[in-house]
Design a protein around this ligand. Structure first.
Ligand code: ADP
Length: 177
C-alpha cells in the first residue's frame, strides 16, 4: 500500500479487488448501457447481485465522461458510482474525457456525503487506454479535486494486477516531485 496526503485527505494505492472494498462508495468502469458486461463491471454486478442491474437498467445509460450513482446492494460499499471511460483512440479528447470521469465521480460522491471512495483504473482494460498515461491523468484529477474540496477524506485506487499497480506507483512518484 502506498499513500500521499493531499490537503486534508489521503490518496491511497493498493493492489486488490475493488468488489471487496469497504469504502462508502466504489466506482465502476461502466459501459454506456450500464449493463453488467465483462471486466470490472461484470465483477461488480456479480458481487452486488441482480438488484444492481435492476437499478442501472432504469437509469437509461450514461454518456462517456459522465457518472451516475446507485446503491451497492450486497457489496460492503453503500454506493456504486458508474462512470463511462473513453475507448482509447489516440485523440486529445481521450484525456479530457478520462479526467472528466474522475472529477464527475468525485463530485457525485461529495453530493451524497461519501467520505471514502475506491476507483479502478478506468479505461485501461477493454477500452485500451495505455496504463501509464491513464495513471497520470487519474492521479492528477484526484489531486486537483482534493486540493479544492475537503469533504472526501480517502480516495483509494484499487489496481488489479502488477502492471497497473506499477504504473500507478510511478505516476504517484511523479506527483510527489
Ligand atoms: P474499461 O472498459 O474501462 O477498460 P475494464 O473493466 O476492462 O474497463 O478494465 C478496467 C481496469 O479494471 C483494468 O485495469 C482491469 O484489470 C481492472 N479490473 C478488472 N477486474 C477488477 C477488479 N475486480 N477489481 C479492480 N480492478 C479490476
Amino acid at each position: 500500500m502506498l499513500s500521499l496526503k493531499v490537503g486534508e485527505s489521503v490518496l491511497e494505492l493498493v493492489q486488490g479487488d475493488i468488489t471487496m472494498q469497504d469504502t462508502d462508495a466504489i466506482v465502476n468502469a461502466a459501459n454506456k448501457e450500464l449493463a453488467p458486461g465483462g471486466g470490472v463491471s461484470g465483477a461488480i454486478h456479480r458481487a452486488a447481485g441482480p438488484k444492481l442491474w435492476e437499478e442501472t437498467g432504469k437509469i437509461g445509460g450514461c454518456a462517456t465522461g459522465e457518472a451516475k450513482i446507485t446503491y451497492g446492494y450486497n457489496l460492503k460499499a453503500r454506493y456504486v458510482i458508474h462512470t463511462v471511460g473513453p475507448v482509447y483512440s489516440g485523440s486529445p479528447e481521450d484525456a479530457r474525457l478520462l479526467r472528466s470521469c474522475y472529477l464527475e465521480s468525485l463530485k457525485l460522491a461529495a453530493v451524497h456525503d461519501v467520505r471514502s471512495i475506491a476507483f479502478p483504473a478506468i479505461s485501461t482494460g477493454i477500452f485500451g487506454y495505455p496504463v501509464e498515461e491513464a495513471a497520470n491523468i487519474a492521479l492528477a484529477a484526484v489531486r486537483d479535486f482534493l486540493l479544492e474540496n475537503n469533504n472526501i477524506s480517502l480516495v483509494r485506487f484499487v489496481l488489479f494486477g502488477d502492471r497497473d499497480f506499477d504504473a500507478f506507483r510511478r505516476a504517484l512518484a511523479g506527483l510527489r516531485s
